[in-house]
Design a binder for this molecule. Sequence first.
Ligand SMILES: NC(=O)c1ccc[n+]([C@@H]2O[C@H](COP(=O)([O-])OP(=O)(O)OC[C@H]3O[C@@H](n4cnc5c(N)ncnc54)[C@H](O)[C@@H]3O)[C@@H](O)[C@H]2O)c1
Length: 456
Amino acid sequence: MKESLLNKFESGNARVGVIGLGYVGLPLAVEMAQKGFEVYGIDVSTEKMDILSKGKSYVMDISDEQVEAIIGKNFFPGDDFSVLSKLDAVSICVPTPLAKTKEPDVSYINAVVEKLVQYMTEGTLVVLESTTYPGTTDELIKAVIEEQTSFRAGEDFFLCFSPERVDPGNQQFNTKNTPKVLGGATKPCLELGVALYSSFLENIVPVSSTSVAEMVKLLENTFRSVNIGLVNELTMMCDRMGINAWEVIDAAATKPFGYMPFYPGPGIGGHCIPLDPAYLSWKAKMFNFYNRFIELASDVNGNMPRYALNQAADILNDNEKSIKGSKIFILGMAYKKNIDDLRESPALEIYRLLEDKGAHVYYHDPFVSSFKNGDEVVYSVELNDQNLDDADLVVIATDHTTVDYDYVISRSKLIYDTRNVTKNYKDSKGKVTLLGGQQNFDLPTNVEENSSVNPK
Ligand SMILES: NC(=O)c1ccc[n+]([C@@H]2O[C@H](COP(=O)([O-])OP(=O)(O)OC[C@H]3O[C@@H](n4cnc5c(N)ncnc54)[C@H](O)[C@@H]3O)[C@@H](O)[C@H]2O)c1
């Protein structure tokens, strides 16, 4: 069985599936189809399946042309789980959010496992890609399949965990060229996982267990969360001390070893950094282990939107205004620049906090045309004279590179810049307030020319 699967994977003649065709699953399915596999996508969102069937994409990193080239030829998306019975391999890319209580919500994985038990046939390779706590593949997939079927992992079916590292919007690293960590439940599982993934991805990093692979992903994202927490704390300290945190970070980044820069902001967002560390600390508590770094970083990062709210209030106060009744124009609603992802975006929280305090809030985002605020749909407004003139305060919450910041600066009355996009603006009138300290005087020209500090 193993040999036959190996042959199919290496020759590109396998039938493979991807469950959950979102930011992670769709690019994976496209890579597999481009390799020549017959790919079946399964997703509960009929809306998304309709878009794909028309040869269109809803994920920014995948173009309509890429979908058009494979749809109906060797890529078959749909919502029918019974196709599982004819697959040689299936990758699971469903969401792993947090419940309101901040505990892992693994219900999406459980729902998929239920379907696997129902439809999977002998000899299938199952690869979990969703980010989750160490032990999930073993406890929620292996144990359940072995309990509810006669299949044994490594003998009758094969099981791996391979964390997805995709960074939406990253022009340099994508699904294909980002090294892929992969751990198997048994040696044959790992061998098959590596055979499949190395047939269409550039670099596989095998590890000795599914738990190691699960922990790798959580280490990576905890590392980011903790370091962002550190610079956010440094930033608040710099605010108090009147030191420009951004300049400090850029200058520190010239050290060629032992330092890598992280940047502050009005909070963290996306489906990964705010959530994944909580998966780890939740699991660790079962071992009576308390992750103080994780909790502290989450506390500092989670409070940044409120810190931004307070700074916005101070700016208005200094100009004899209150938040209540002021018109506040938020620039950028996505959680980071040049993407359309709103999940956990700090700009959303700032929007709601300002609204709760009685401000009239409106926003512009070139990538996000609308969002749901409770029952109400809020639409992006134009970035034009009228909307800038109306604003008592413009809050730059996301630094999309397509926005004309010179125009924003010249037209606005007051600006609160949480992303340092105004770094080259000479602010003689106190128009701009920067998160992370004040803008200092310019370096003399001859010094600037010799500067080795790279701009962000
Ligand atoms: N977005 C990222 O940048 C990123 C990066 C690395 C890892 N991850 C991880 O990958 C996983 C998926 O994240 P995503 O960003 O692709 O999420 P997503 O919300 O974009 O996509 C998930 C898809 O799964 C579908 N789905 C939900 N329940 C399903 C079910 N029972 N059966 C079939 N389909 C179902 C949804 O309709 C959706 O299309 C998560 O665990 C996430 O933490 C995400």
